[in-house]
Write a protein that binds this ligand. Structure first.
Ligand code: CU
Length: 122
């Protein structure tokens, strides 16, 4: 009897893991974001960007974002304003990615906190 209880418990645990994995897969749909391009690290294939707040996802900050396979190397200069999609994948912990970059007009007003602007110098 004890043993079957344990098996049921394991089955339930396994099912709930399955549900979580489903949620995580759907996280790959992108969130629209805008920010200031701060650099590209070719060896790590990731960009550095200061992005505006993304509602319900992330506060404004400077961060690294990896480029997914197939995403062309972004052709921007430091300080350029860009729009993009950000999304996460769970790998070793959660990893954040950026895709579908578009240049924004230089005159675009971005909403970035003063402290962040001071930190990045743009
Ligand atoms: Cu961020």
């Amino acid at each position: 009897m004890k043993r079957s209880g344990l098996l049921v418990g394991l089955a339930l645990a396994w099912l709930s893991l399955g549900v979580q994995a489903g949620d995580m897969a759907s996280a790959e749909e992108g969130h629209a974001a805008r920010g200031i391009f701060l650099g590209y690290d070719e060896a790590e294939r990731r960009i550095t960007i200061a992005h505006e707040a993304v509602p319900d996802v992330m506060m404004a900050m400077r961060m690294h974002l990896a480029l997914p396979d197939g995403e062309p190397t972004p052709d921007f200069s430091v300080g350029d304003k860009v729009a993009f999609q950000m999304f996460s994948r769970v790998e070793n912990g959660r990893s954040w990615y950026a895709k579908e970059f578009e240049a924004l007009p230089a005159g675009t007003e971005l909403e970035l906190p003063e402290a962040l602007r001071d930190k990045i110098g743009h």
